[in-house]
Design a binder for this molecule. Structure first.
Ligand SMILES: C[S@@+](CC[C@H](N)C(=O)[O-])C[C@H]1O[C@@H](n2cnc3c(N)ncnc32)[C@H](O)[C@@H]1O
Length: 1577
């Protein structure tokens, strides 16, 4: 269009008498005028028009140098001639530039504006500048100065982020770039460029590179790089400029926007020319620079996909260049990339593997990636030392590149692959460490293992198996340890541990990483800074973890400290601080293995001069104690005292035990003795030394308490004894001191901290000295009782706090005495109990009157403390006091009130009291009253759901509510109904909260299994049945936690948490264990028990039918499947109890259930039930054959069940019935062996074979003889391999081969083996040990009347449950997390090879040129494919792709515009970019064909016609044109007649014709094939 317009204007100018110069001048002044009024967007169009015209005119006029150049032009330029004319035009050009271009350009801010007109105007104006230069080269200098000036202003404004919208006072970068772009287009046509201009260009280059970092990628890509490249192409200081670019790139590496890759790609032709030859020999070759490779590699694993793509492009390009130019690159061994002619082919192979992997990792679908993963092995091999001193083909940093890329892949499988691969690299072979990748291993690699899902156990591995990666971690760290040279080992382990501390970790990854490190051999590595970092871990995110995991991690950290601490670099103080952070109750406790390991480590020999000798440590501890005990006059007891004392206590006991371990003489543990002595003498003098600081005494007391705590529960060892005897020495003084302090020093709220210290002191005394402290305690009790019974009217704050202190002391004493039966305490108890006569128990500890300063919250804490301790006292009174000492009704009221206040700590203790109170008042209050109390308890429980104390509250609640006295109330009582209601609600809550229902079921077991209580079960049948079917679906993450705990428990003492804690387990199983055990305590010979069991059976079946009816979910292991399974399990368990009245119903129910039940696991339970009924009730036996008739025509599985029953029943019948049975069975089963239904057929064949065997075993020879013909049938089927395989599988299955329904009727088979063999999820397998765990009486043979615990025959143990999966329904895969891992052993098989050629990946301006003019060599005399008759766009797209792939030289379509259609592109992909396309509308087709015939082409119609030649007989000439027909009408007749020949593809099928793309493709291929064959010959 533009050209046409231009032509027109030129013609007009030519023929008109227009005064061009004059016109131009007036145009210029018109523009000038408008500009004077300001530059307004609404004028843009006007500007645009005028500038276009000016452009035309300036392009048209000729003078000066330009006129000479185009002097041969026939056209006279303008109407004026001669010099005068030149001058006029010259001034037009200059004015245009000065008065139009400059002002307009100064006012354009494309960056600022989103208005498209601005860009159009900018383009036009820049074009005009270029035109001006064409006419007057001198202007070039002005332009350059203009641009340089503007860029300089830009640079000065450092605060500016160029290329972003900005204040209009600074010039605009896009404008400058656009000017440059147009100007640079002119430059090649200028004959000899002035040196000064060249200098200015260099200056522009330099300035632009200096601001590149601040430009947006878009500006760089679209404007800046093209400009820079154009300058490079004309520059005289090329190398210098290239260096500038390179430095600028290095500068950009830190930016996260991938700028460096954009630039590298932009300048690829210069840095990596296709010829392999850099422009000058001295030019920069970045391939020699490792910094470049580092940049490239981090691009390959960048999280930004564009950066990855660009890096991949560069790498492919470089490899391709190396390959095709066959050069030697980087002989220096230290570079990460190298190439030699000598090894070209094998290097090519390695890089092909690398590129394939890198490229395929861009795919999302695992199935595409998987086949290529084994190539990693090739890369590993290529990176290994060859042994012959030759350099490995691949630097190990390339491995890192692939591994890091795969760690942020979308698919977990790939992430797992990556983790497992890196952890199994053989560092002895693979020189990663030698090549400096230890930093990576200790850093990025470690962080790549932070995903918890990596640690999921293999789905097929049994419970208790560690996740694969756990062991790999152990192996990995051990290999690192062994491979690393000493100095690197130190830095590696320090770095690893510091890196761990530098981030937050989930409990699972941290656990396994610490475990891995903790298992390396011992060697001093880590220094004090690392120890400090580890402290951060212990005090940081570890705090919120579950205790078991925290215990384990802490333990591993201790082991790491022991293994790796460098005693010469870590001070004792550092060690003391970190070791005391390890929680005593979770990991590090005296008596544990971990403690012994610490001791052993401390006793290891060290340099005598070191602080770490035992004497050194002792000395350190002693000084620390001394320092600790120092106080100043005004110092007061504070929290930090606790920390310091704790630190010292831990180290003191460690060194004490260590000394004991090394010295024969046990008595001589001096440091402990010394310390104790100091403490005792201090405490003994407090009451007599008037001036001694209380703070000092408090500290001493605290230290003593903490020593006791640290000494732990090892009650009869020397250390404990020594501590206890020291306490004994000062107990009287301590009590006196406490008694005094309580009333003198606890006067305001701040003193409550010290109150706790005194309470702990009492606790310590009573626990360590025992009865010996009674006389001292009694006086304290007296004092407290006295204070409390005063009943002051308006107590002051001080008096209130006295009350509080007294209650706390009494509460503490009571809590200890509640557990002590000893009568020696009777005195104290009585004193406390008597208190209740005078003391008014309260539910609210009110603030002192007039006390304003305390907040509600602060007083709330005081109240809570008071009430908790108050109820501790009451609990003691309830347990030991006389009924007449208190008003029980009143207590009930206060308890209820207290509960309604709902304080966390108080609730538990009040509930415990309520348990006793309820028992006492049950008969004296109304049922309504009881109900109201129960409801209060229930709401309390609900409110505590989010509290830490929830489990204690729950336990107390259940004990209070499900106690015998309530359980045994009358069935009609609303209380019983309430209990049922609570229980069912709890079961509901328990589906989400692991362990809740377990508390209930254990309590029910405990209370109801007592013989006199058992019958009360009858009132709770629905609860029992709900418990029988209980067990929720476990979420994947939760299951993972269970699995890990189970596996760690297998580690035994090696996992430090195991000695002190129990891992989180799925408690659901235990619910069922308790209720099953309860049912198993029923007695067969008690008629009431039989009735009760029958009731349970009945309810189970009812619920079973309800579930089956309402749910349509047929997936194996769905919730409904498992519930149904559990219900029928219960029925089967209790079948022995079934009453005669109910047995028929049961029989019918079993059969009707078999009709609809689809799950094999449940079906087998039902079959088993039926077998028992047939065994025990003769009347059912004859039914068997009748049922066969009944189910004859049904295709459902009932027939298979019948067949299954047939094989089990025979041997269990009374002997005299057996013969008859088999005699009937054989011929009966035989015809089913030919049944149409596959499963029935296979079953019958297996059953027949089994019956045959049974007859042989039972010696029923007659029957064998009678049915001798069967033998030949068996022989026949043997030959039919396919069917025998299935039959054999069935015969080998557990139910067919091993199960004996009478012998194996055990808890083990019912609850463990059957679920396992029938592919029920592992959460439903109950190990017999779980029963013994609940109640050890299960280990006795006679535990239950109903059923044995374990199987007598263990033959099932070698039965493969895998077989069952085949017979049963398919188990749905856990498709995300625990999916099958990548099979690495697969040898490098054939895979889809899809490397995209680099030339097609990224097309900057120059590569496009390359592709157009060099790379894609189109054969001009090849095949022409004409599709002008085709209508459907997808066909056109598809044919375009086929044509491109087979090198068609011209592709003809009726409309070029088709290529923009989405449907076209969907099929053509990008083919249309690589193939020449001609537009020939249908109307012009015949002309076109004529033209082609004229050019020497043979015109071939692709069509079935009367005269067409079969493709098999046709030989294509080289110059062939294929004309394809329309989808509906084919090729029109008139065209057919103008063709040289029609070729058809011979067809065999029914359908009339092929699709046109398919036909085209077949012919195109045949053409290509013939050409290829010709070339070969
Ligand atoms: C679906 S066919 C067109 C209709 C076809 N002419 C008919 O009689 O129904 C579309 C085009 O596919 C090509 N085609 C289909 N089957 C062919 C065959 N067996 N041999 C050669 N060309 C075939 C022809 O170019 C044909 O014009």
């Amino acid at each position: 269009m533009a050209t046409k317009g231009k032509l027109k204007l030129e013609a007009i100018l030519q023929h008109s008498q227009l005064d061009i110069a004059g016109t131009s001048t007036s145009l210029i002044s018109a523009i000038d005028e408008i500009l004077k009024t300001g530059f307004k967007p609404e004028d843009f169009e006007l500007f645009n028009d005028r500038i276009t015209i000016l452009n035309e005119i300036i392009g048209y006029i000729g003078y000066g140098s330009d006129a000479e150049k185009i002097g041969d032009s026939e056209t006279p330029r303008g109407s004026v001639n001669g010099l005068e004319c030149d001058k006029k035009f010259e001034s037009v050009v200059c004015e245009t530039f000065q008065k139009v271009c400059i002002p307009v350009l100064n006012n354009l801010y494309p960056t600022q504006s989103s208005d498209g007109n601005v860009l159009i105007l900018l383009g036009g104006t820049a074009q005009l500048v270029a035109s001006c230069i064409r006419k007057n080269v001198d202007i070039l200098t002005d332009v350059m100065d203009f641009v340089i000036g503007n860029i300089e202003i830009l640079i000065q404004d450092v605060s500016l982020s160029y290329g972003l919208p900005h204040d209009k006072s600074t010039p605009d970068i896009c404008t400058q770039l656009e000017i440059l772009r147009h100007v640079l287009n002119v430059i090649p046509s200028i004959d000899c460029l002035d040196m000064s201009v060249l200098g200015k260009l260099s200056s522009v280059f330099e300035k632009l590179t200096s601001i590149l970092k601040n430009l947006s990628n878009e500006i760089i890509g679209t404007s800046c790089v093209p400009v820079l490249i154009k300058i490079l192409n004309v520059s005289v200081n090329y190398d210098e400029l290239m260096m500038l670019v390179w430095n600028c790139m290095i500068d950009c590496t830190q930016e996260s926007d991938g700028k460096v890759y954009l630039l590298l790609c932009g300048f690829a032709n210069h840095f990596f020319p296709v010829s392999g030859q850099l422009r000058n020999t001295s030019s920069l070759d970045v391939r020699k620079d490792n910094q470049f490779w580092e940049i490239l590699q981090s691009g390959l694993y960048s999280k930004d996909s564009l950066s990855r793509k660009r890096s991949l492009y560069l790498l492919k390009r470089i490899v391709d260049i190396c390959e095709s130019n066959n050069e030697d690159v980087n002989e220096d061994v230290n570079t990460v990339f190298w190439w030699t002619k000598k090894k070209c082919s094998i290097l090519s192979k390695v890089w092909e593997d690398f590129l394939l992997l890198a490229e395929v990792l861009e795919e999302k679908q695992v199935h595409v990636i998987k086949p290529l993963l084994p190539r990693m092995k090739n890369l590993l091999k290529a990176s290994c030392n060859t042994g012959d001193n030759e350099r490995p083909l691949l630097h190990t940093s390339w491995l890192k590149t692939v591994l890091l890329r795969s760690t942020h892949h979308e698919s977990l499988q790939i992430i797992r692959w990556s983790a497992e691969t890196v952890l199994t690299i053989d560092l002895n072979e693979c020189p990663m460490i030698q090549q400096g990748l230890d930093q990576y291993l200790a850093g990025e690699m470690l962080y790549s293992l932070r995903e918890a899902k990596l640690y999921i156990k293999e789905p097929t591995a049994p419970t208790g198996t560690l996740p694969v990666i756990a062991d790999k971690l152990v192996q990995f760290f051990s290999t690192c340890w062994h491979t690393l040279p000493e100095d690197k080992k130190v830095s590696f382990f320090n770095l690893t541990l510091r890196n761990i501390a530098a981030r937050d970790w989930g409990h699972i990854p941290l656990l396994f990483i610490c475990r891995g490190i903790s298992m390396v051999p011992q060697s001093p590595c880590i220094d004090s800074e690392t120890v400090l970092c580890l402290r951060k871990v212990l005090t940081g995110f570890l705090i919120t973890m579950d205790t078991y995991f925290r215990g384990a991690i802490q333990g591993y950290i201790v082991q790491i400290l022991i293994k790796l601490t460098d005693k010469s670099k870590v001070s004792l103080d550092d060690f003391m601080q970190i070791v005391s952070l390890i929680k005593q109750e979770e990991s590090l406790q005296r008596g544990t293995t971990l403690w012994s390991q610490c001791i052993k480590w401390l006793t290891e020999e060290v340099d005598d001069a070191s602080d770490w000798t035992l004497d050194g440590i002792s000395h350190f501890v002693e000084t620390s104690v001394e320092k600790y005990l120092q106080t100043s006059i005004d110092s007061k007891y504070s929290l930090t005292d606790g920390t310091t004392a704790g630190n010292i206590a831990r180290l003191l006991l460690l060194v004490t035990d260590a000394s004991l371990a090394t010295k024969k003489d046990n008595s001589n543990c001096t440091t402990l003795s010394k310390t104790l002595e100091t403490l005792v003498s201090l405490l003994n003098s407090i009451n007599s030394h008037a001036y001694m600081s209380c703070h000092k005494a408090d500290k001493a007391l605290l230290m003593l308490i903490l020593l006791v705590k640290e000494a732990g529960p090892c009650d009869n060892d020397n250390v404990t004894r020594e501590i206890n005897s020291s306490i004994e020495k000062c107990m009287s003084e301590i009590t006196v001191y406490i008694g005094r302090q309580m009333y003198e020093h606890i006067t305001n709220m701040e003193d409550l901290g010290v109150l706790q210290l005194y309470v702990d002191g009492i606790d310590m005394l009573m626990k360590c000295v025992g009865t010996k402290c009674i006389p001292y305690i009694i006086s304290l009790v007296d004092r407290c009782v006295h204070t409390l019974s005063q009943g002051l009217e308006r107590p002051t704050m001080r008096e209130k706090l006295h009350e509080l202190t007294s209650v706390c002391i009494l509460g503490k004493i009571s809590s200890i005495l509640v557990l002590e039966d000893d009568t020696i305490y009777t005195d104290i108890r009585n004193k406390i109990c008597v208190l209740l006569k005078t003391w008014k128990v309260v539910s609210n500890f009110s603030k002192p009157v007039g006390e304003q300063s305390l907040s509600h919250q602060e007083w709330g804490r005081v109240t809570s403390l008071f009430l908790e301790q108050e109820w501790q006292v009451i609990l003691l009174v309830l347990q030991y006091g006389h009924k007449d000492m208190y008003d029980i009704q009143e207590l009930l009221n206060v308890a209820e009130d207290t509960l309604s206040v709902g304080l966390e700590q108080t609730t538990v203790i009040v509930l415990k009291c309520l348990k006793l109170i309820i028992n006492l008042v049950k008969d004296s209050v109304t049922e309504e009253r009881l109900l109201s109390v129960l409801s209060t308890c229930w709401s309390c429980l609900q409110e505590s759901r989010r509290l830490l104390a929830y489990w204690d509250v729950l336990e107390a609640f259940i004990q209070a509510v499900y106690q015998c006295c309530l359980l045994e109330m009358d069935e009609s009582s609303p209380v019983v109904k309430k209990l049922v209601e609570f229980a069912n609600d709890l079961i509901e809550i328990g589906t989400d909260k692991n362990g809740v229902v377990n508390v209930l079921s254990t309590q029910l077991y405990r209370t109801l299994s007592q013989p006199n209580m058992l019958l009360h079960l009858n009132k709770y049948i629905t609860v029992i049945v709900n418990l029988c079917k209980f067990g929720g679906l476990v979420r994947r993450g939760v299951r993972q936690v269970y699995d890990i705990c189970a596996a760690l428990e297998q580690d035994g003492k090696a996992c430090p948490a195991n000695e002190l804690l129990k891992g989180i387990q799925n408690e659901d199983i235990k619910v069922r264990v308790a209720v099953i055990s309860l049912l198993c305590s029923l007695k067969l010979d008690v008629p009431d028990h039989r009735n009760l069991a029958t009731n349970v059976i009945e309810t189970c079946l009812q619920v079973y039918c309800d579930i089956a009816k309402t749910s349509t979910n047929r997936f194996a292991n769905s919730m409904v499947h498992r519930e149904r399974h559990r219900l029928i399990q219960t029925v089967l368990l209790l079948q022995g109890f079934v009453t005669d009245e109910y047995v028929n119903t049961l029989w019918n129910m079993a059969w009707s259930s078999l009709e609809f039940e689809t799950q094999p696991s449940v079906r087998h339970m039902l079959e088993w039930l039926i077998l028992w009924l047939m065994k025990r009730f003769q009347q059912f036996r004859p039914q068997l054959w009748i049922l066969f008739e009944k189910y004859r025509d049904s295709k459902n599985l009932t027939l298979c069940s019948l067949l299954c029953i047939v094989i089990h029943l025979g041997p269990h019948l009374p002997q005299h019935e057996q013969k008859e049975y088999f005699k009937t069975a054989m011929p009966y089963i035989l015809p089913w062996c030919m049944a149409h239904h596959f499963q029935t057929r296979i079953y019958s064949q297996a059953v027949l074979a089994k019956l045959w065997d049974q007859c042989r075993l039972l010696g029923l020879d007659d029957i064998l003889k009678e049915n001798a013909i069967l033998q030949s049938i068996f022989d026949f089927t043997q030959q039919n391999k396919n069917s025998t395989k299935n039959v054999k599988k069935l015969l080998d299955s557990f139910v067919f081969k091993y199960l004996d329904f009478e012998r194996d009727f055990t808890i083990e088979t019912l609850y463990k083996i059957m679920p396992q063999m029938t592919a029920l999820s592992e959460e439903d397998w109950i190990n017999p040990d779980a029963f013994i765990e609940l109640d050890c009486s299960w280990s006795k043979d006679t535990a239950s009347d109903v059923i044995g615990l374990r199987n007598t025959s263990r033959s099932f143990e070698d039965c493969d449950p895998g077989l069952w999966k085949y017979i049963g329904l398919k188990v749905p895969e856990d498709n995300d997390a625990a999916d099958d891992t990548v099979n690495d052993d697969n040898d490098v098989g054939d895979v889809q090879k899809k490397i995209m050629p680099w030339r097609q990946m990224m097309l900057d301006e120059e590569t496009i040129q390359e592709v157009d003019h060099g790379v894609k060599q189109v054969n001009n005399h090849g095949l022409v494919v004409v599709t002008s008759l085709i209508n459907k766009v997808p066909n056109l797209g598809g044919l375009c792709r086929t044509s491109e792939i087979f090198g068609v030289s011209e592709y003809v379509m009726s409309k070029l515009g088709n290529v923009d259609d989405k449907a076209f592109q969907g099929l053509s992909v990008t083919a249309h970019k690589w193939i020449p396309i001609t537009e020939v509308p249908e109307a012009k087709l015949s002309d076109y064909l004529e033209q082609k015939r004229f050019e020497g082409y043979t015109l071939v119609g692709v069509e079935q016609t009367a005269n067409s030649v079969s493709l098999t007989d046709y030989t294509f000439p080289q110059k062939t044109l294929l004309l394809l027909g329309n989808e509906k009408e084919g090729i029109p007749v008139d065209l057919i007649s103008s063709l040289d020949v029609c070729v058809e593809i011979p067809q065999q099928g029914v359908i009339r014709s092929l699709n046109v793309h398919v036909s085209g493709a077949i012919l195109i291929w045949e053409y290509r094939r013939q050409q290829l064959m010709k070339a070969l010959t």
